[in-house]
Design a protein around this ligand. Structure first.
Ligand SMILES: [Fe+2]
Ligand SMILES: [Fe+2]
Length: 197
């Protein structure tokens, strides 16, 4: 739930110490990526003057979202319930959300943001949208560097336009590589173009 009076120790440690839980498997490069995403989310939540616990939850989502990125998809598949809807590269999101839930994290908005950070989700709130954007914009990414810098400059003020451009860019990449567009991404795209009506 949003605005929890007390936040779970895993969320607290991720937000305030950039610490990952003991079960996380991340390379050094991945650690610098998640810290970069956490910093962007921290900056945006502060700029938006969100309350303190909400800022902490945003930073934690950035730090934790790829906590199982280094685990074999066959192992992740056992962690995820309806695993047949997830292709291998997408499994680390729902698997991480599942692990966090088993560890006692009950923050549904944060769990949803992490589970669907690669695909997007039509019922994303601001945290889900922010993580989806930040994961794509963080300065460590090597491709379309100038475009990413421009998007970062426009955040969080020009939020909706950046979200639309980021989602379009991600979908275009899938099309260029002849990869399937997940159904949940199609639904997310429809919501973006409808202005989340
Ligand atoms: Fe990821
Ligand atoms: Fe990521």
């Amino acid at each position: 739930m949003a605005n929890l009076a007390k936040i779970h120790p895993i969320i607290h440690d991720a937000a305030y110490d950039y610490t990952l839980p003991s079960w996380a498997v991340v390379s050094d490069a991945r650690r610098s990526h998640v810290e970069s995403v956490g910093r962007l989310l921290g900056n945006w939540s502060r700029a938006l003057k969100l309350e303190k616990n909400t800022q902490a939850r945003w930073r934690a989502a950035g730090i934790l979202h790829d906590a199982l990125k280094g685990v074999d998809p066959n192992i992740l598949r056992r962690e995820v319930g309806n695993s047949d809807v997830w292709s291998d590269p997408l499994l680390h999101g729902p698997a991480c959300a599942s692990r966090l839930r088993k560890s006692g994290v009950e923050d549904e908005r944060l769990l949803q943001a992490i589970a669907y950070h690669t695909t997007g989700h039509p019922s994303f709130g601001s945290l889900g949208q922010a993580l989806f954007i930040a994961d794509y914009l963080e300065p460590g990414r090597r491709k379309i560097v100038r475009k990413r810098a421009e998007w970062r400059r426009r955040m969080p003020v020009d939020w909706h336009a950046v979200l639309e451009e980021v989602a379009a860019s991600k979908i275009m990449k899938l099309l260029e590589r002849r990869l399937p567009i997940p159904q949940v991404t199609v639904e997310f795209w429809r919501c973006i173009t409808d202005g989340f009506k």
